[in-house]
Design a protein around this ligand. Structure first.
Ligand code: GDP
Ligand code: MG
Length: 676
C-alpha cells in the first residue's frame, strides 16, 4: 500500500515521515527543506506500507519545481491514499491546497497538525464538523509529540481498504458558487466524452483547464474542437465577474468556500489583531536598524561557543586518547612483534595521526551543529534569510538565494540541492555558483588547526571572519555574475516566516547525531584511505622505491611542480600545495595530509611545526584560500547533477578557484605592505 504525505511547506510532513519510517530526513523550521520526494517503507499490522514524503507546496499549479514534482508523483504514481498534513494554526491557507488535492479523486485524510500550538493559542477546532463539511476524514495530531499519529495511520489504512480511486467523482464535497461549479462540471463532461482520457483524474484537469494551465493542456492534448468549446465556456465564465480573469476567479471561489467552512468549524479566540509572541520578537529581530547587527551577533556567538573552552577541553581529551593511549598501544604491539620501521610510519603516523588529526575536531563540529540547529529550528534562520533578502534585493539579487546559502554553513551538497526552490533557471544557476563560498562544516578542522596555532587568543574571531569573508565573497561574486553572465530581472520573493518554536531536544539530538555520524563515517572511510594513499605517495618515488627522504617522493615532485603557483599567496612550500590538492577529495583531508606530510603524530606536534613554515599572514591567506577554492568531490558531483551540465560544473569549480586565488593574493600582497 502506498501512502503519500502532502501539504504546505513547514506543516510537519517530514516530522511525520520520520516518525512512521524511523528515518532521519532533514526537518527544518523553514520552507523549502524537502526538495525531492523521499520514500520509506515500514510494516504495519502485517502489511508493508510505502510512505512518500513530498516537497511542500501551496497549490497544484505548475509554477515551481516542487509543485511540478509533487503533481507528477500524485498523478503518475497514484498513491492509494493521501495524508494531507495541514498546519492547524494557519488552516485557511493550508486548505487551499487540500481542496485542489481532493479533485484528484484519490482517497484523502486530512491531518490537522500542530494542535499543540492551536490549543496554546486558545483556538478551538471542531474536527467532526470540519470532516462533515469537507466530506473527508479529519484527524487532529501533534506530530512532534507523536500524539494521535497512530489513529491517523489507522484511519488512512482503513480508508484505503474501503475506498479507492474513482475518477468519476472528486473526493469529498466542496461547494463552490453556482457559476464556478457549473463550468467545472461542463468541462469535466467534455473531457469524459473522450474515451482515451477516461481513467485520468478529470475533475482535477477540468479545474486546471479552467485556470488555463498549460501543462494540463499538454498532458491531455485536447483536439482543436474541444479546446474551442472549453475556451467558449471560460469566456462565458469570465463574463460573469468584475475581475474577468479565470485564475483569480477560481482562486476567489476556492477561498470563499474555505472561509465558509472554517467559520463554521473553528472558534478563534477573539482579538485576532493582537500581537503574538512571535510577532513581538520579530519587531526587534527584523527591525530595520537592529536586524543586521543581531544576525552578526548570533553568528559570532556561534563561533565563540564552538571555539570556547568546552570544545578545547574535549578536543584535548580525544587527542590524548588517540595519541597516548591508542598510539602507545599500537607502538608497543609493533615493538613486541619487532615490526619493520615503515610500519610505524604507516600505522602510527599516517593512520592514527592522519585520521586522528581530523577526529580531534569532532567536539567543535558537534558544538557548531548544535548551534546551527538551534538557530534553524527556533525559526531564526528563516528571519536571517528574510533580513538578507531586503539587503540583497537592493543590489539586484534575489533573497531566495540566501536559504541555500545559509544551508551551506552545514554542507554544500544539500545546500546546492535546495536551490531547486528557485523558479528562475538563471537565478538557480547563479545561486549554485555562489553557494560553495559559504563555509561548510568540513572546513572547520582547517580553521581550527590554523587559528589555534597562529591566532590562539582570537580563535573565535578569526574563524568568524572566515565565515564573514565567505558570505561577502558570495554576495560580491553574485553581484558580478548578475551583471555579466546572468543579466535579467530579479524575481520577487515572498518569504513566509514560520512562528518561533522551542526547538525540540529530540530533533536536535537526531540532527547533531546525524552530522557526527556522517563525520565519523567519513573519517573511517574516505579520510582513512586518503591518509594511507598520502603516506604511500610521500614514501615512494616514481620508480616505486621506498625513499629515505620524503623530499624525493612522488608527492614532493608533484608538490614542487605546483608550489610556485602558490608562492605569491604566501605558501609556496610543496607540502601546502599537496594538501590543497588532497583537499579536493574532501576538505578535511587538508589537515590529514599536513599531519602526514610534516610527520606530526598529533595536532600539538603539528602546531609546533607550522610556525616554521607559515607566518601569521600566510596562514591567514591559506585559510582564506581553503575557504574559497573549488568545493570537494561530492559537492562537485551534486553541482553537476543540479546544473545538469558538466561544463557548468567545471565552470563553477574554475570560477571559485580563480576567486580564491585572487582574494588570497590580494590579502597576502596588501597585508605584506601593511605589516612591514
Ligand atoms: P515539512 O516542511 O512539512 O516537512 O515540515 P517539517 O517536518 O520539516 O517541520 C517543520 C517544523 O514544524 C519543524 O520545526 C518541526 O519541528 C515543527 N513541527 C512539526 N510538527 C509539529 C507539531 O505537532 N507541533 C509543533 N509545535 N511543531 C511541529
Ligand atoms: Mg519536509
Amino acid at each position: 500500500m502506498k501512502i503519500a504525505l502532502t501539504g504546505n511547506p513547514n506543516s510537519g510532513k517530514t516530522t511525520l515521515f520520520n516518525l512512521y519510517t524511523g528515518s532521519n530526513q532533514y526537518v527544518g523550521n523553514w520552507a523549502g527543506v524537502t526538495v525531492e520526494k523521499k520514500e520509506g517503507a515500514f510494516s504495519y499490522n502485517g502489511q508493508t506500507i510505502t510512505l512518500v514524503d513530498l516537497p511542500g507546496i501551496y497549490s497544484l499549479s505548475p509554477y515551481s519545481m516542487e509543485e511540478i514534482i509533487t503533481r507528477n508523483v500524485l498523478i503518475n504514481e497514484r498513491p492509494d491514499v493521501l495524508i494531507d498534513v495541514v498546519d492547524g494554526s494557519n488552516i485557511e491557507r493550508n486548505l487551499y491546497l487540500a481542496v485542489q488535492l481532493m479533485e484528484l479523486s484519490v482517497p484523502m485524510v486530512l491531518a490537522v497538525n500542530m494542535m499543540d500550538e492551536l490549543e496554546a493559542r486558545g483556538d478551538k477546532l471542531d474536527c467532526g464538523k470540519l470532516s462533515r463539511l469537507l466530506g473527508v476524514p479529519v484527524v487532529p495530531i501533534t506530530a512532534r509529540k507523536a500524539q494521535n499519529t497512530e489513529l491517523l495511520l489507522d484511519t488512512a489504512v482503513e480508508l484505503a481498504r474501503t475506498s479507492s480511486y474513482n475518477p468519476r467523482r472528486p473526493v469529498g464535497q466542496i461547494q463552490y458558487d453556482n457559476t464556478t461549479s457549473r463550468v467545472i462540471r461542463e468541462i469535466y463532461a467534455l473531457l469524459w466524452e473522450q474515451p482515451k482520457l477516461r481513467g485520468l483524474p478529470l475533475w482535477f484537469y477540468a479545474s486546471k483547464l479552467l485556470e488555463g494551465d498549460q501543462q494540463a493542456i499538454q498532458a491531455l492534448q485536447p483536439d482543436k474542437k474541444m479546446l474551442n468549446k472549453i475556451e467558449a465556456l471560460v469566456k462565458s465564465y469570465e463574463a460573469t465577474s468584475f475581475y474577468g480573469d479565470r485564475e483569480t476567479m477560481l482562486a476567489d471561489a476556492r477561498y470563499k468556500a474555505i472561509t465558509d467552512i472554517v467559520a463554521k468549524s473553528m472558534v478563534k479566540r477573539g482579538g485576532e489583531n493582537s500581537l503574538t509572541l512571535s510577532d513581538k520578537i520579530d519587531l526587534v529581530v527584523t527591525n530595520r536598524v537592529l536586524a543586521l547587527p543581531i544576525f552578526l551577533l548570533m553568528m559570532f556567538l556561534t563561533f565563540a561557543a564552538t571555539f570556547g573552552p568546552v570544545g578545547d577541553f574535549l578536543s584535548e581529551g580525544i587527542e590524548h586518547l588517540l595519541k597516548n593511549v591508542l598510539g602507545g598501544w599500537v607502538t608497543a604491539r609493533l615493538d613486541a612483534a619487532q615490526a619493520p620501521g615503515w610500519t610505524y610510519g604507516l600505522l602510527v603516523d599516517a593512520v592514527i595521526g592522519g585520521v586522528g588529526g581530523v577526529l580531534t575536531f569532532l567536539p567543535q563540529i558537534m558544538i557548531l551543529f548544535t548551534c546551527l540547529s538551534l538557530l534553524e529550528d527556533s525559526g531564526y534562520m528563516a528571519r536571517a534569510a528574510f533580513i538578507m533578502d531586503k539587503l540583497l534585493h537592493k543590489i539586484g539579487l534575489t533573497g531566495k538565494s540566501f536559504i541555500p546559502m545559509l544551508m551551506g554553513f552545514g554542507c554544500t551538497t544539500p545546500a546546492v540541492m535546495a536551490a531547486r526552490t528557485m523558479e528562475n533557471e538563471r537565478d538557480r544557476r547563479l545561486t549554485i555558483m555562489i553557494t560553495p563560498f559559504m563555509s561548510c562544516g568540513a572546513r572547520l578542522p582547517i580553521y581550527a588547526l590554523f587559528a589555534g596555532t597562529f591566532f590562539a587568543s582570537h580563535q573565535g574571531l578569526v574563524v568568524f571572519s572566515m565565515y564573514l569573508i565567505g558570505m561577502v565573497v558570495a554576495i560580491l561574486s553574485g553581484l558580478i555574475l548578475k551583471n555579466t553572465l546572468f543579466r535579467g530581472k530579479v524575481a520577487p520573493f515572498v518569504m513566509e516566516l514560520p512562528p518561533y518554536r522551542l526547538p525540540s531536544l529530540d530533533a536536535l539530538g537526531r540532527h547533531v547525531w546525524e552530522k557526527c555520524k556522517g563525520f565519523l563515517i567519513k573519517a573511517g572511510t574516505l579520510i582513512f584511505s586518503m591518509s594511507v594513499v598520502i603516506w604511500l605517495l610521500q614514501n615512494f618515488s616514481w620508480s616505486l622505491q621506498l625513499v629515505e627522504d620524503n623530499a624525493q617522493s612522488i608527492f614532493a615532485s608533484i608538490g614542487k611542480a605546483v608550489a610556485p603557483v602558490f608562492a605569491p599567496l604566501g605558501f609556496g612550500n610543496w607540502q601546502a600545495a599537496v594538501s590543497i590538492l588532497a583537499g579536493l577529495v574532501a576538505k578535511e583531508t587538508v589537515v590529514t595530509s599536513m599531519m602526514v606530510l610534516y610527520g606530526a603524530a598529533s595536532q600539538a606536534e603539528l602546531a609546533a611545526i607550522l610556525p616554521t613554515v607559515f607566518t601569521n599572514l600566510s596562514a591567514f591567506s591559506f585559510m582564506v584560500f581553503c575557504l574559497l577554492y573549488m568545493p570537494c568531490m561530492s559537492a562537485f558531483v551534486s553541482i553537476r547533477r543540479e546544473m545538469n551540465s558538466l561544463k557548468w560544473a567545471l565552470g563553477t569549480a574554475l570560477f571559485s578557484t580563480a576567486v580564491a586565488y585572487i582574494v588570497s593574493l590580494l590579502l597576502y600582497q596588501i597585508g605584506k605592505i601593511f605589516l612591514l
